[in-house]
Design a protein around this ligand. Structure first.
Ligand code: PEP
Ligand code: MG
Length: 878
């Protein structure tokens, strides 16, 4: 018979797919002897079974669960639903991958009007017993019947106002009993039924509600954002309760073994005395820093430090630990690898190597390339910052600077972002329902909650700027205004946030790019040792190239020369070149353009300082350069002294029905050879100029959109002849290569022929994807989302290479190319050159390099290193 329920002592950390991350770690901690309250886990397989049977928990699984519940009763010497010493349990979700706050949890289950009396007897603490009961009604109502939590919170606030209390702890036993009556009435009016008194019914409903929460919209959005498989399902953890709300020697908290924002090796965390777990996570009360616990409960603090050290050593990673103290006794409720900022991830990984706990390769594998983007976040322009008005300071919950317009709920934030605004989401505290709004915002500000509140944790995971717990501002979410001591801001007003310092400022402050600090350089030096792929940059200007070099680019993989033609002062000459009716006329325009291009190439070669520079000859359809409006046509007519009618006719003649399949790329050189010849001359003359400055130079001249050997043969011969003429004149020979882009399916299947004529192949995977699928790269987003939703395609093939189709063509081209030209240099310059999954594929194909935009370079380098470490590991295991 299949086993669907595991007691904690039956599992291990390796079983996370079956027991979920939380269940697997509870099992592991139980087995290494940590103080974990006993319990058991209902597996993710049970969740799948439940879904397969149309949301019905099978009797077999229920019976198996009951067996474990009885064992739990024996272990705790308590009885479920008992009126003298009742066993109370928590029912918590736990998926194979951590999804903080996305699914549901119910605490204090097993309480009813009778067992609460038993709890009073057993604990001799009426106040906390009734407090547990009212919390249970609220959580059960929220999770099982979707009665919004704020309705219960409102009843609590009303009672406190009526009694003139400021703190929850001022509520008396009688107040709590009244509150329970109010909660039960609220429950009846909202759900249309009585609050269930039968603890077994409470349990069954709670288990199925947790299974259902796998499918709730916020969890689905989270899975989509984090690429988590929808089929995995969640486990349910049932654990005997320990109580952090039983007075001032009790409490609850969250601790990180290292600082999750900076990575500093210092114990970090927060706790609340006399509180239950959800109080810290929900950010309703602002917690104390963990260091204060050393003063209030030194013994517990010492024990907690020992537990933290042991767990970090056991998991060899920074841990995020949830704990409860019940009357001076410490219990560990959860441990997991802590979420951290990208900077912290790098610093922790490198420190763990220095501490002898990880190898360099393991440290590199720990880096999540998707997160590295965070490091490239901008900061405020210093001068503008000095002039800015500071409004308030909260907690620096997630680093980076951001500026945008404020919105007070997730829906408005999503709408504004869709209108193209940069949005700052402003909330009292965020909850998992806000996930889509958070994803669409550039920053998040909350008035309540600490460094481990929902807003802080989720923002860090998303790499988004967040200031939390900014309690000197008052936020009215209904009226959509926020007020600081000096200003009132309404919906749509501009606000600027610094998530690294916690400061918030009035208005819009310009942003500048930041420096990467900490152990980044050291990690990247290990990356360079590990990777085999060279990483180049796609750069059309010396400035782009400088950024790329700063991030470690090893050359230019693609310089798109048409981007140089779009500048204001060049356009008339480009247009004249196109409009020209004779070759002589065209040559005059080309002579102007040649001088301009030379200036660009000299700048790029100088910056490249001997690194290879791949320059692609003109690619786009000619009509793209031509004027469109009558006014522009008349202006051009005046500039080049031609009748406007003539120009209009020429524009008309050049227009194409399918420009992407039209007169572009090397087809231009077949009809107008002088264009490419001019460009090749400009490249070589600039190279000579740089050589004369005593700087090494190595140009690669790339012919785009080649589909046959004949095209490249004709063009190459023309270019070579022009280049030889220059060398003869200058009495100098410099090294250079001529090669092709491979971006047309026909080029892939005839690559053996093309390779005989080319010194390199650079895969233009953007066009290759477009032409292989027949999907327009400019419009496919209109339907690609549906292809992903319906699982026709796993990802957007313009972002991550389609290995089966486009990848197979690349493979064919590589094999055929090598067959006839073993010295052929091969790389990728399409967008895929910066995508980690694609980089892994290209590494395995044995390409020499990938090329990507400047800000992707660090990601590409790390991905290249990870690809080669993975390959080495596989060799060892084979
Ligand atoms: C490509 O097609 O992949 C490429 C790099 O060229 P472009 O994007 O300029 O067409
Ligand atoms: Mg292309």
């Amino acid at each position: 018979m299949r086993k669907f329920v595991y007691h904690f002592n039956e599992g291990s950390k390796e079983m996370k797919y079956l027991l979920g991350g939380k269940g697997a770690n509870l099992a592991e901690m139980t087995n290494i002897g940590l103080p974990v309250p006993p319990g058991f886990t209902i597996t993710t397989e049970a969740c799948k079974d439940y879904n397969e049977h149309h949301q019905y928990l099978s009797d077999d699984i229920y019976a198996e669960m009951m067996t474990h519940l009885h064992i739990l009763e024996e272990e705790t010497e308590k009885k479920f639903g008992d009126t003298t010493n009742p066993l109370l349990i928590s029912v918590r979700s736990g998926a194979p991958f951590s999804m903080p706050g996305m699914m549901d949890t119910i605490l204090n289950l097993g309480l009813n009007d009778q067992s609460v009396l038993g709890l009073v007897k057993a604990t001799n603490d009426a106040r906390s017993s009734y407090d547990c009961y009212r919390r249970f009604i609220q959580m059960f109502g929220d999770v099982v019947f979707q009665i919004p939590s704020y309705r219960f919170e409102q009843a609590l606030t009303d009672l406190k106002e009526q009694k003139n209390y400021t703190l929850d702890t001022e509520l008396s036993v009688a107040d709590l009993q009244d509150l329970i009556t109010t909660y039960k009435a609220l429950y009846v009016s909202a759900s249309g039924r009585d609050f269930p008194q039968d603890p077994f019914q409470q349990l069954r409903l709670s288990i199925t509600a947790v299974f259902d929460s796998w499918e709730n919209p916020r969890a689905a959005v989270y899975r989509r954002l984090h690429h988590i498989d929808n089929q995995l399902g969640t486990a349910v953890n049932i654990q005997s309760m320990v109580f952090g709300n039983t007075g001032d020697t009790s409490g609850t908290g969250i601790a990180f073994t290292r600082n999750p924002s900076t990575g500093e090796n210092l114990f970090f965390g927060e706790y609340l005395l006399n509180a239950q777990g959800e109080d810290v996570v929900a950010g309703i009360r602002t917690p104390e820093p963990i260091s204060h616990l050393e003063d209030t409960m030194p013994e517990v603090y010492k024990q907690l430090l020992e537990v933290a050290a042991l767990l970090e050593l056991h998991y060899l990673d920074m841990q995020d630990i949830e704990f409860t103290i019940e009357k001076g006794e410490l219990f560990v409720l959860q441990t997991r690898n802590g979420k951290r900022t990208a900077q912290a991830a790098i610093n922790i990984a490198v420190d763990l190597v220095h501490e002898g706990k990880l190898t360099k390769e393991e440290a590199i594998m720990r880096i999540d390339t998707a997160q590295i983007d965070q490091l490239l976040h901008p900061s405020f322009d210093e001068t503008s910052l000095h002039a800015a008005t500071s409004l308030a300071t909260g907690l620096p919950a997630s680093p980076g600077a951001a500026t945008g317009q404020i919105y007070f709920n997730a829906e408005d934030a999503v709408d504004a972002a869709e209108r193209g605004e940069k949005v700052v989401l402003v909330r009292n505290e965020t909850s998992p329902e806000d996930i889509e709004g958070m994803a669409k915002s550039v920053a998040i500000l909350t008035a309540h909650g600490g460094m481990t509140s929902h807003a802080a944790v989720v923002a860090r995971g998303m790499g988004k700027c967040c200031v939390a717990g900014c309690d000197s501002i008052a936020i009215d979410e209904t009226k959509k205004v926020m007020q600081s001591a000096t200003a009132t801001l309404k919906e749509g007003d501009f606000l600027s946030l610094n998530g690294s310092t916690g400061s918030i400022y009035l208005g819009e402050i310009p942003l500048v790019e930041t420096e990467i600090g900490g152990h980044f350089e050291e990690l990247m030096s290990w990356v360079n040792e590990a990777k085999k792929l060279v990483v180049r940059v796609n750069a059309d200007s010396p400035d782009d190239l400088e950024v790329g070099l700063h991030f470690g680019a090893e050359g230019v993989g693609l310089c798109r020369t048409e981007h140089m033609f779009f500048q204001e002062d060049r356009i008339p000459h480009v247009r004249q070149m196109i409009i020209a009716e004779t070759k002589e006329e065209r040559m005059i325009a080309l002579a102007h353009l040649k001088e301009m291009q030379k200036a660009d190439f000299v700048g790029i070669f100088r910056a490249a300082n001997g690194k290879p520079v791949n320059i692609r000859l003109l690619d786009p359809p000619l009509h793209e350069f031509l004027p469109k409006t009558d006014r522009d046509i008349e202006k051009l007519a005046r500039e080049i002294g031609k009748p406007a009618e003539e120009i209009k006719q020429r524009v008309h003649d050049l227009a194409e029905t399918n420009p992407m399949l039209g007169h572009r790329g090397c087809r231009l050189a077949i009809t107008f050879p002088e264009i490419y010849i001019m460009q090749a001359e400009a490249i070589i003359e600039s190279a000579i100029h740089i050589h004369d400055e005593d700087i090494a130079v190595y140009p690669e001249i790339m012919v785009p959109l080649v589909s046959s050997r004949e095209e490249i043969t004709i063009i190459k011969n023309q270019l070579k002849e022009a280049i030889q003429t220059i060398f003869r004149k200058e009495q100098l020979v410099l090294p250079f290569d001529i090669g092709t882009m491979i971006e047309i399916p026909r080029a892939c299947v005839t690559a053996d022929e093309i390779a005989e004529e080319a010194q390199f192949f650079s895969f233009g995977t953007n066009d290759l994807t477009q032409l292989t699928f027949g999907f327009s790269r400019d419009d496919a987003n209109k339907f690609l989302y549906a292809y992903q939703e319906q699982k026709i395609l796993p990802t957007d093939p313009f972002q991550s290479i389609d290995q089966k189709g486009v990848g197979a063509l690349v493979t064919t081209a590589v094999q055929r190319g090598r067959m006839t030209n073993p010295a052929l240099k091969m790389g990728v310059c399409g967008e895929h050159g910066g995508d980690p999954a694609s980089i892994q594929f290209f590494h395995r194909l044995g390409l020499q390099y990938v090329s990507c935009s400047p800000y992707r370079i660090p990601i590409a380098r790390i991905a290249a290193a990870q690809a080669s470490i993975l390959e080495e590991r596989e060799k060892v295991t084979v």
